[in-house]
Design a binder for this molecule. Structure first.
Ligand code: PEP
Ligand code: MN
Length: 457
């Protein structure tokens, strides 16, 4: 919360918490590092490096999320399931930024609300896995846990967790942040020049007409306003962009957790808006312990097995003061279960009068495997989960304040369906994800358009 008195003086400092207090709790999904001294050395090195984000930015985002809770903004959170070191390239970063900017333009224009833009990048390198070991034929090796931990190749050497990879992940995050900040500060997101972030493909897309019409309309509106006030409106030249990742690898997150001058408490300065994944969100687990003590806005993934009582206890633990903008709940039930599972949670939170930002992750409850062995998601299921979520919130008297999506600015074929109606056979053409299937640029833009249509109903 951004009230100055609250920034300087805690209402309640979390009791007996410190950045390493998670170590006294069961920590799921942690790699076993073979060399404890090497791990300690890396943590020491990370603690000495400059932070990636500042407490001012974190508190500004918290304020925006508080406004989203009140229906005055809408959150767009998106990016890859997992970043990789190899894909820290100019094209991939700028294309992902372009598609997020285009989606946000569609949302701002259609919903008539400012959008909070949060990328799933600059740190999204650690992955939870369903099994500790992966078996192929006779051979069992530790699972790949994201580039921050080990390498994906199926060799014994590649799968050994290497703490030095944390320093590499940190450096890649810094490079990504630096490039995104430079693009935005240099005018990449300038509303006077939406062509800067136009993607070549839009011209060939079945969605091109709608998108171009909207961009032209915005251009007219901008020129009209500027004629009216007699000068260029500088606020239209840049946007705020924030980062998020799943704060899964606790030794890494701990080393990024710091105190800053003239602020009470502790901040995770590796990202603005970390979230706890579904597999590690247990009330008595190490991740909940870590998250309760940092001052960042945080989010928790909420899957179909969570009961109203568990959710309320988690809210008490993570946001005991009911601070505005502090807590996002990212429900990810799947199109088939959302109508059954979500209402009781909404009712319980509403009944207790707790302040949360409800966010729909329409990806993770809709993952399936094809007969030819690909992990995929059907666009129709993603659409359905988003549309149902809007309806379920409306019926409960709560508000869907944002979406959380896995997407890329590349022309991949990982999810089926969408405007081009990709089929299972198409998946072979450009399936690149090493983890979950992402919306391609066109499916991502289509998702923004369907959100607008649904919101208008
Ligand atoms: C993810 O966001 O990539 C993820 C693993 O999600 P969840 O924790 O919801 O399964
Ligand atoms: Mn994922």
């Amino acid at each position: 919360m951004n009230r100055p008195d609250r920034n300087l003086q805690p209402v309640n400092l979390p009791s007996e918490w410190h950045p390493g207090s998670w170590r006294s709790r069961p920590a799921l999904q942690m790699p076993v590092y073979p060399d404890a001294d090497a791990l300690a050395e890396v943590q020491e090195e990370l603690r000495g490096l400059p932070p990636l984000v500042t407490s001012w930015e974190i508190l500004a985002l918290k304020q925006q999320l508080a406004e989203a809770q009140e229906g005055k903004r809408f959150l767009l959170q998106g990016g890859d399931c997992a970043e990789t070191f190899a894909e820290c390239t100019s094209d991939i970063i700028s294309n992902r930024l372009k598609v997020l900017l285009q989606m946000s333009l569609v949302l701002v224009h259609g919903m008539k609300l400012p959008v909070v833009r949060v990328g799933r990048f600059a740190g999204q390198y650690a992955k939870p896995r369903s099994a500790d070991m992966e078996t192929r034929g006779e051979v069992s090796l530790p699972s790949y846990r994201g580039d921050i931990v080990n390498r994906p190749e199926f060799t014994a050497q590649a799968r050994v967790p290497d703490p030095r990879r944390m320093v590499k992940a940190y450096a890649r995050s810094a490079m990504t942040m630096n490039f995104v900040r430079s693009l935005i500060d240099g005018g990449f997101a300038d509303l006077h020049h939406p062509e800067y972030w136009g993607l070549g493909w839009v011209k060939q897309s079945p969605l091109a007409g709608d998108y171009q019409k909207m961009v032209a309309g915005i251009g007219d509106a901008v020129r009209f306003m500027e004629t009216l006030v007699g000068t260029q409106i500088h606020d239209l030249k840049r946007v705020d962009f924030y980062t998020s990742h799943e704060a899964l690898l606790l030794p890494y997150e701990e080393a990024q957790t710091r105190q800053v001058p003239r602020q009470w408490g502790w901040f995770n300065l590796s990202t603005h808006f970390p979230w706890v994944g579904m597999r590690t969100a247990a009330l008595d687990g190490a991740h909940a312990e870590y998250f309760r003590g940092i001052r960042n806005p945080i989010a928790v993934k909420v899957g179909p097995s969570v009961t109203p009582d568990q959710l309320l206890r988690l809210i008490d633990l993570l946001n005991p003061d009911d601070e505005p903008g502090r807590l996002g709940l990212i429900h990810r039930m799947g199109a088939a279960q959302v109508a059954d599972k979500l209402p009781a949670l909404l009712d319980a939170v509403k009944r207790e009068g707790r302040r949360v930002l409800w966010i729909c992750d329409a990806m993770h409850g809709n993952t399936e495997s094809t007969s030819n062995g690909y992990k995929t998601r059907r666009f129709d299921n993603i659409r359905s989960e988003i549309e149902q979520s809007f309806d379920i919130h409306a019926a409960a008297g709560t508000r869907l304040g944002g979406v959380h999506l896995e997407l890329t600015g590349e022309d991949v074929t990982e999810c089926t369906g969408g405007a081009r109606d990709l089929t299972e056979v198409d998946l072979e053409r450009a399936y690149r994800s090493t983890v979950d299937p992402r919306l391609n640029y066109e499916q991502a833009l289509e998702t923004a358009m369907l959100i607008v249509r649904k919101h208008a109903q």
